[in-house]
Structure formats: C-alpha cells, structure tokens
Design a protein around this ligand. Structure first.
Ligand code: UDP
Ligand code: MG
Length: 327
C-alpha cells in the first residue's frame, strides 16, 4: 500500500517573519512521519503586501513539496482556507496558521486518530488562553455560548481553526460554497466525528495579529446571521409585544375618556412614545437589512477568491490557464 499524503493548507497574510520558521517546523514533523505519510505544504498567500510571496517562492525552489496560491488581493482567512482545500491533493488535509500558534507536532496524534478509523477529523482545542486579553476571552466565550443557543452550531470551547480532515470531510466542506464563510460553523454543520486534541495556547512566533476588534465583531455577526434566523424571530416578537401594549393603551384611553371626559394633555409622553417606537422600528429594520444584505451578496454569486498565481505540482495545463486567467 502506498503512503498517505497529507496536505497542510497555510493561509498567510503578511507573514514574512514566520513563513520560514513554519516551514522548518513542518519539515521536522514530516521527517518524524516519513514512514506513514508524505507531505504537501500548500501556502495560500492572501494578498500580502510584504515579502511573504518571495519567501514562499524561495521555499518552493528548494523543496518541491511546497506549493502555493497567491490571491489577487486580500480576501480574508476564510477565503484562503477554502482556496487551499479546493487545491489540496492530499488524502488528508490540515488547515493550520502560519504563525506557529498551531503546533505542527499535533499533526501526528491527529493523523493517528483519523487512521484509527473512528474519526473523520481531528481538531485542536486550546485549554488556556495565555497571552490574550481577559476582555477578549470573556467576550468570545459569551459569543460562542449565544451562538450555540441560537443556531445549534456547537463551537467547542477553545476551538481554533486547526484541524486535520479526511478526504470525505474535505469534500463535504467544499460543497458548502457560500460566499459569507464562517468556517467554524461550516465544520460543525457538516458533522462527522471529530476527535478533540487539547493543547496549551502558544504565542505568535513573530509578526502581529491580523485581527482588529472591528474584524472580530464582523466575524461574530457573520456567525450569528449566517447560521441562525433567531434575530428575525426576535423582530416579530417585538412587533407583537408592541401591538399588545398599544391595544391595552387604546382600551384604557377610550374607557377613561368615556367616563371622565378628555382634557387635552400628555403630549410629552406622546413624543417619548413616538421616539421610542420609531427607534425600535429602525432597529428591527436594521436586523432585516443584515439578512437582506447577506442574501444580496450571496445572490450576486461572486467568486470566493481570485488567484493571481497558482503553482501546484501535478497541475494540468488547463488548470494552469485557469489560474492565470482568474486574475
Ligand atoms: N490570515 C489570512 N488573511 C487575513 C488574516 C489572517 O490569511 O486576512 C492568516 C494569517 O496569516 C495567519 C492566520 O490567518 O496564518 C491567523 O491569523 P492571526 O494569527 O493574525 O490571527 P490570531 O491567531 O491572532 O487569531
Ligand atoms: Mg495567530
């Protein structure tokens, strides 16, 4: 029986400081696993503006196991992971960060768990959040709890985007070709049995994080809007609640007028109610707008990413042409 092939998909956005360190770490793991598996190291350059691409090219000229795609601009990590999964040729495919926060040594137990036949994927789960601000861990814990309540999407506490998948699962993930991608949700949605492998959080080897608070906020919205229609339900509930309040108020005023007559007054309370209700209406329209906006982008059916350069090993001429014309 031939050896298995493991592809590591590595999204890189301005990672010139760590690309080589990462490569060396994976090579050490590949060396340890050489009896069972051969490696394909697939870098996805997500429109870096530094020398990341140059570094990757240099690695490819040294080592034919290194392949890469380079996007025409920055499309985001989710798009980079999708592109990587699409081009990966391995029997098993891992997604892993370039900054060495995802220890490549974990690939060994991950591979073993899948090979045992009981699992289709093995994912890493960090048990500590060392080096992360208190506020950030608190907010993200809360967020995943809310998401689980609203959407039946289970994101395991400490889950990171680091997992090894069988070909079966990779194909399932690729079938989900939605444009608004929330990969943790996708992994949970496709199901399959996952083995969780705990590890201690590691700080970035070098370089800086690409996540701003704003990006994280947008990412969480993506999660909720993409996997749950509960906010729409909330809008309807608020509507019903307001109708009931209005109905009771009308009854009260009519009866009061019939019994005691109607001295004109109370316009300040009226003004407050008007402001309050129109505020809530706008808020609800905003929620509807979020869904409409997502639908609009989805309907446009734009590609998830555009690759300017594709350098894979067993690439057919046709694919090469496609890669070049995609830009
Ligand atoms: N990344 C990417 N495109 C982006 C942002 C990030 O491909 O627009 C990559 C980045 O190069 C890294 C991984 O995604 O390999 C995780 O990013 P980062 O380390 O900045 O996130 P953190 O670990 O702080 O959550
Ligand atoms: Mg990181």
């Amino acid at each position: 029986m031939g050896k298995d092939k493991i592809t590591t998909v590595v999204p890189c956005f301005n990672e010139e400081a760590v690309v080589e360190l990462f490569y060396e770490a994976v090579c050490r793991v590949a060396e340890q696993m050489k009896e069972q598996a051969e490696f394909e190291i697939l870098f996805v350059d997500d429109g870096s503006t530094d020398r990341t691409l140059e570094r990757i090219r240099a690695l490819r000229s040294r080592d034919s196991r290194v392949c890469f795609l380079s996007f025409s601009r920055n499309f985001g990590k989710e798009a980079a992971m999708y592109a990587g999964l699409e081009h990966a040729t391995g029997d098993y495919v891992a997604v892993i960060d370039a900054d060495l926060q995802h220890p490549p040594e974990l690939l060994i137990p991950m591979y073993q768990s899948i090979c045992s036949g009981d699992y289709d994927s093995a994912a890493a789960r960090r048990t500590t959040r060392k080096g992360e601000s208190r506020l950030r861990s608190f907010v993200s814990k809360r967020f995943y709890r809310v998401l689980a309540r609203l959407s039946k999407i289970e994101v395991v506490d400490g889950e990171v985007d680091y997992r090894l998948m069988s070909r079966k699962m990779v194909n399932a993930v690729l079938q989900m070709s939605e444009k608004n991608r929330f990969t943790k949700g996708i992994f949970s949605w496709v199901g399959f049995r996952t083995k969780w492998i705990p590890y201690e959080n590691v700080e970035r080897a070098a370089g800086t994080t690409k996540w701003s608070l704003w990006k994280l906020l947008k990412y969480s919205m993506e999660g909720i809007i993409g996997y749950s229609t509960a906010p729409l339900m909330l809008v309807s509930l608020i509507g019903v609640l307001f109708c009931i309040v209005a109905f009771v108020a009308i009854l009260y005023i009519v009866i009061k007028t019939l019994i005691w007559g109607d001295p004109v007054g109370g316009w300040p309370s009226l003004a407050c109610m008007l402001l309050g209700t129109s505020g809530i209406q706008l808020f609800c329209m905003g929620i509807l707008g979020q869904y409409l906006g997502k639908t609009y982008l989805e309907v446009k059916n734009r590609p998830i990413y555009l690759a300017a350069i594709v350098e894979m090993n067993d690439q057919t001429e046709k694919e090469k042409e496609k890669g070049n014309s995609e830009a």
